[in-house]
Write a protein that binds this ligand. Structure first.
Ligand code: KG4
Ligand code: ZN
Length: 340
């Protein structure tokens, strides 16, 4: 007989990380992520290579998650997987693996929306972090998405603002590429920004109505700025890299904070949770902390390991859906453009 504990296996394969995690009653027992180093030399994710790497990684990653959790496959209550959004070839690997495993073990299969998971990562049982009370605003900032979402309940979410072109993570990564930094450049820009002067160079913020974002103009502005400086001084980048990184980060954080302030004003909700890879950024973390004392906001920042793509966030959504008996059936398909 199965125990009363709920053990959920989460599987994430939407982009370039193959991840598996086990949660017991919402507590993380294991959280394994295999990064794909192969993309670094191409300066971005190559979908075909990502899919192939997922195929190589998925079995060992799931095995490791099970082993680290100290359970066996027979203990699992359900298998949760990322249905989308993401790269089709990548999603297919996790989806077909999850479907076969759930079928073989004769346990429920649960589909998870990756963007919902970045938000619900805040509900992973964790002594160090507090869970946001409903309603709250979630800002999901990653390499593929930039959204402000009104969250009224676990599964009642409304997108109230989003990017009309590039995602904020792309703004970091593409700026980094212009500066000759490796991929993804976000963490490196963050590291260098701490050593530089954020007001050394000024970049104009885009003017976009309402709660929507735009980052493609900023990337072009940075490109022209660097090209102009290099004409005058071929060593400009080497001599000013920390200041340039600090100025770029300061501009991007300013854009995010301006929209958050507007969202708080429009909704009257001042509980703000962030999620997605860019929420690891120290600039946005500091700005949110400051907003707590300056504007009386309550802000929620996930533990570091749950900010970038991971499977614990997929498993927590699986856990919450499992409690509601909200299961998928075997006809479910990976969906690259899945909406929130
Ligand atoms: O959520 P995520 O792991 O994958 C997607 O779903 O896209 O986010 C990856 C993005 C990349 O663009 C990366 O440069 C950015 O998150 N990122 C950061 C930092 N750490 C990761 N951007 C700025 N500062 C960071 N510390
Ligand atoms: Zn993500």
């Amino acid at each position: 007989m199965r125990s009363k504990n709920t053990y959920i296996l989460g599987i994430e394969s939407s982009c370039d990380d193959t991840a598996a995690a086990i949660l017991c009653n919402g507590n993380v027992l294991s959280n394994v992520v295999a990064n794909q180093a192969i993309h670094q030399k191409y300066g971005g994710v190559v979908p075909e290579l990502a899919s192939r790497a997922h195929q190589q990684n998925i079995v060992p990653v799931v095995d490791q998650a099970i082993e680290q959790a100290g359970i066996s496959l027979a203990d699992l209550s359900a298998v949760a997987f990322t249905q989308g959004p993401g790269l089709m070839g990548s999603l297919l690997v996790g989806t077909s693996f999850a479907k076969s495993l759930a079928y073989g073990l004769d346990i429920p299969l649960i589909d998870v929306n990756h963007m919902q998971a970045h938000i619900l990562a805040h509900f992973i049982e964790n002594e160090d972090t507090e869970k946001p009370e409903f309603p709250f605003l979630a800002m999901t900032i990653s390499g593929g998405h930039t959204q402000i979402v009104r969250v009224d309940a676990h599964f009642k979410m409304t997108v109230i603002g989003e990017t009309i072109d590039d995602a904020v993570g792309e703004a970091f990564d593409k700026s980094g590429k212009i500066l000759g930094l490796g991929y993804p450049a976000g963490p490196e820009i963050d590291k260098r920004a701490k050593l530089g002067n954020p007001k050394a160079f000024k970049f104009t913020k885009p003017k976009v109505a309402g709660l929507n974002f735009s980052f493609s103009g900023l990337k072009t502005a940075i490109l022209y700025f660097i090209q102009k400086q290099l004409k005058e001084n071929p060593q400009f980048i080497e001599e000013n890299l920390d200041d340039v990184c600090a100025s770029i980060q300061y501009t991007i954080v300013g854009i995010l904070m301006d929209k958050l302030k507007l969202a708080v004003k429009e909704t009257g909700i001042n509980r703000i949770a962030i999620g997605g890879g860019v929420s690891a950024n120290s600039g946005i973390r500091d700005a949110l902390k400051e907003a707590e004392s300056r504007y009386g906001w309550k802000t929620f920042v996930p533990a570091f390991e749950f900010t970038t793509d991971n499977a614990a966030m997929i498993a927590i959504v699986g856990h919450l859906k499992y409690l509601e008996k909200n299961y998928a059936d075997q006809s479910i398909m990976a969906t690259a453009r899945l909406k929130l």
